[in-house]
Design a binder for this molecule. Sequence first.
Ligand code: URA
Length: 226
Amino acid sequence: MGPVSSDAVNRYLKQTRELFGDELFLEKKAVLSPTGPTINSDYPSDLVKFYEQIHECHNCALGNSRTQFVFGVGDPNASLVLVGEAPGEQEDLKGEPFVGRAGQLLDKILTAIDRSRQKDVYICNVLKCRPPNNRDPFADEVSECEPYLIHQINLIQPKLIVALGRVAGKTLLNVDKPLKSMRGILHDYHGTPLIVTYHPAALLRNPNWKPETWKDFKWIRSIIDA
Ligand code: URA
């Protein structure tokens, strides 16, 4: 469509006014359906009921190899949802995300922003079941499991999602980029702002990344405190 002259706009407004009175009617744009996974409209509107509905999931092969289904923990009304890639060995045994050494570091970071896994934070993973030997999630596993994450986020309605690490970031953003190029940007995940930062396990291996992580968490805090 080419440029529209101000005469044409005036004519349109005059006609609209004659037809509809003083209230201005504009054509409503179709809301684009979010690309990606289809959400099952039968999912319950409560996190506990949702856990009960899905915790015996066998939609992918990980349902056979897991010890426990790792749904997620935290405040159901959290402003902040943290998303890792998948449960590791400790998480698979305990049924709770981020309970190993990386999880302990994550708890310290949360304390530094005056939060905890019980207070204003919800923690989960893209996958609810541990991939063998902690390998990266396969695409079919993500496509089966991501609708669960999206429904959790819809129920919690956080102000912000933080993807922990490159694998979680690239999976949620559906891109294949290094962590560096996803950091420092306010992305969008199905209508909720999303930030990507370092995975706490990576910080254990590379403590020199901690100052940059602290910068990210000060930014995260400023968003959820606002
Ligand atoms: N790493 C993750 O990405 N998630 C966990 O729950 C534990 C370790």
